[in-house]
Design a protein around this ligand. Structure first.
Ligand SMILES: Nc1ncnc2c1ncn2[C@@H]1O[C@H](COP(=O)(O)OP(=O)(O)O)[C@@H](O)[C@H]1O
Ligand SMILES: [Mg+2]
Length: 352
């Protein structure tokens, strides 16, 4: 999609940052948002990074609400950022998909609600997709940037087109229905025990009451679950559309070419392409060139820099060979901390 990152940030509707942990994915997500805002776009930035770096770097809370960031006067565009919190997004999705306000209230007041919103493994990824769907549908944003959790998790939530329905089928209903299945297998005693566990420290209810409550909760959740499902399908189709780009962020260590290629293959299986590569923390090309052209290298320091430059140049060359048709952007290593919008803006100016 785009022969430069600038083009991607100017034209795309959704940009998803993927890559291993600790390589600068969250920082790059912020940086891409900042550069896009500089290009005049209204950017929505969401993070599901459990490291919660986005919130820390930008000084925003963990409420799951989109907050406007303060940008300098040179920015024509805007950034609204949110650090997704599972419970908060779950709540807002219930509000959105319940039949009416009364039903939403009933669901939230239900004794199983807390357990359902807290105990769903993988729910945060799912919620991020749901939130993304919301943001895509609202006319508030031109570009939505998604920062993902480290490693495999990053693509888990994109898995197959039916992921979301499977999520609903397996995760939500499993959590709710598991006690029933267990009860069938092991008798009512186990139902009571899992029922109790689900309800945490809440007042104990008798076996029949627990059964009734679960049935009631599942019934109440019907609209919400099918709403989740439909929203999920819409998001999947946007993610597959040419309006969505995946940007692979990587560090510059030995072996990154193969892990980058591996990541690309995983995406490919899901019918997604890598549209750009950000190589973070490199020795700037000009310095590499100078160092590599030096004739006599006497000090140990120089030797170290020389071999680092050599290694980096060869890794970069291989990366470019592995990703011949997409932009590969080098971001220099900064020697001071790059927290905050200004620092990120300047450190990642090369992106556009
Ligand atoms: N180009 C860079 N130069 C120096 N430090 C960087 C650079 N990019 C990122 N960092 C630092 O690396 C750390 C990890 O970055 P982060 O964006 O949280 O990584 P990830 O989201 O991939 O785990 C942060 O402390 C960040 O400030
Ligand atoms: Mg991160």
């Amino acid at each position: 999609v785009g022969d430069s990152l600038r083009k991607i940030l100017t034209e795309q509707r959704v940009v998803i940052a993927i890559g291993a942990g600790g390589v600068g994915k969250t920082t790059s997500s912020i940086a891409m948002s900042v550069q896009a805002a500089k290009l005049g776009r209204r950017v929505g930035l969401i993070s599901i990074d459990p490291a919660k770096r986005l919130a820390a770097a930008l000084g925003i809370g963990l409420t799951g609400e989109l907050k406007a960031l303060n940008l300098g006067a040179e920015f024509k565009g805007t950034i609204h950022a949110a650090m997704l919190d599972q419970n908060a997004v779950f709540g807002s999705m219930v509000d959105r998909f319940a039949k009416d306000g009364k039903q939403a209230e009933k669901i939230k007041q239900h004794r199983f609600y807390q357990a359902a919103s807290e105990n769903l493994a993988g729910a945060l990824e799912f919620m991020a997709l749901a939130k993304l769907g919301d943001m895509i549908e609202s006319a508030q944003f031109d570009l939505i940037v998604v920062d993902t959790p480290p490693d495999a998790h990053a693509v888990d939530f994109l898995a197959r087109p039916d992921t979301l329905s499977r999520f609903i089928d397996n995760k939500v209903t499993n959590v709710l229905l598991k006690p029933f299945a267990l009860a069938q297998k092991f008798g009512l005693g186990s139902l009571l025990r899992t029922g109790e566990k689900l309800m945490g420290g809440m007042a104990k209810v008798t076996g029949m009451a627990a059964l009734q409550m679960m049935a009631e909760f599942i019934l109440l959740m019907q609209d919400v679950l099918s709403g989740f499902n439909q929203a999920g399908k819409r998001v999947q189709s946007v993610l597959r559309s040419p309006d969505c780009s995946f940007v692979l962020v990587t560090a510059l260590r030995r072996g990154v070419e193969s892990s980058a290629v591996q990541m690309r293959n995983v995406l490919k299986e899901m019918e997604h392409d890598v549209d750009a590569v950000i190589v973070n923390r490199v020795i700037p090309a000009a310095i590499r060139k100078d160092v590599l052209s030096m004739m006599d290298i006497d000090s140990a320091d120089l030797k170290a820099i020389h071999s680092a430059a050599q290694l980096q140049s060869s890794i970069l060359q291989n990366l470019r060979k592995s990703f011949p048709s997409v932009p590969v952007v080098e971001v220099p290593e900064q020697n001071q901390s790059i927290d905050g919008i200004d620092a990120i803006h300047h450190s990642f100016a090369v992106l556009i």
